[in-house]
Write a protein of this length. Structure first.
Length: 253
């Protein structure tokens, strides 16, 4: 998270400085280029900033581009005034287009990130499914899922406990909500529970209607992972239960 905040701060600085640098680079050419051409160059700069930064960075870049356009690239030069009516319209359009394009760029980047996250989740499920299908030792599936859960949920640690389910621990339910152990409807929380010692959030493993054990999660302090990640965690536990149940049927036969 700190990395994202650092990137956002960097993008804000770039959003302020990049249009200024581009406008200064265009100053020697301002008598040869039309104001429309120089405005298009600044729009490209705004798009580039939006592609690496937040919506705020894109908006700041659009404002900076419009201000630099009016100050450096329209007559009277180096004054906070625009004499020509067409240049005023161009400046307004530059600001409007910059704001719209920056918002679209940020949205597209968000969609790409979402698509990447979904692909990673699918890869985790597919890899576990292949391991289960090969019919190897169920302990291999347990260890594989333990590692997957640690990475998926950002855990400090995770272990699997075979056997009966003792106690009333906070539990990651089949619907992705976290039950706090206080009542049947007590699932309204957005942060990992902090009233229990680490390693007491359970994710139960069921196969063929039988409880085989549970993963004991050691979450880091902070908000819960996304609902999608929690549902994938539940699906991974279900795949573990299937592997354990299949192994149990084989031994019985």
């Amino acid at each position: 998270m700190s990395g994202y905040r650092l990137l956002d701060r960097f993008a804000l600085v770039v959003g302020l400085v990049a249009p200024l640098a581009a406008a200064l680079a265009l100053v020697p050419l301002r008598t040869d280029l039309s104001t429309t051409d120089t405005a298009l160059v600044l729009v490209v700069v705004v798009v580039a900033v939006s592609a690496i930064g937040s919506r705020a960075a894109g908006a700041l870049a659009a404002l900076s581009a419009a201000a630099c356009f009016g100050f450096f690239l329209t007559r009277p030069y180096e004054r906070v005034a625009i004499a020509d009516g067409d240049d005023i319209r161009t400046a307004v359009l530059l600001l409007a287009v910059g704001l719209i394009v920056s918002r679209l760029a940020v949205r597209i980047r968000g969609l790409r990130r979402t698509a990447g996250d979904d692909a990673a989740r699918l890869s985790r499920l597919e890899g576990t499914a292949r391991l289960v299908e090969r019919g190897g030792p169920p302990e291999d599936v347990v260890e594989h899922v333990r590692r997957e859960l640690t990475g998926l949920l950002g855990l400090r640690g995770c272990r699997f406990a075979y056997g009966s389910l003792i106690g009333h621990l906070p539990r990651l339910e089949h619907d992705g909500n976290v039950w706090l152990g206080l009542g049947p409807g007590d699932t309204e929380c957005t942060y990992w529970p902090d009233r229990w010692p680490p390693g007491t959030v359970e994710l139960r493993v069921v196969g063929g209607g039988h409880h085989y054990g549970r993963f004991l999660l050691e979450p880091a302090a902070g908000p819960l992972p996304s609902p999608q990640d929690r549902l994938v965690a539940v699906a991974l536990a279900a795949q573990t239960g299937s592997a354990l149940d299949t192994a149990g049927l084989s031994r019985a036969g």
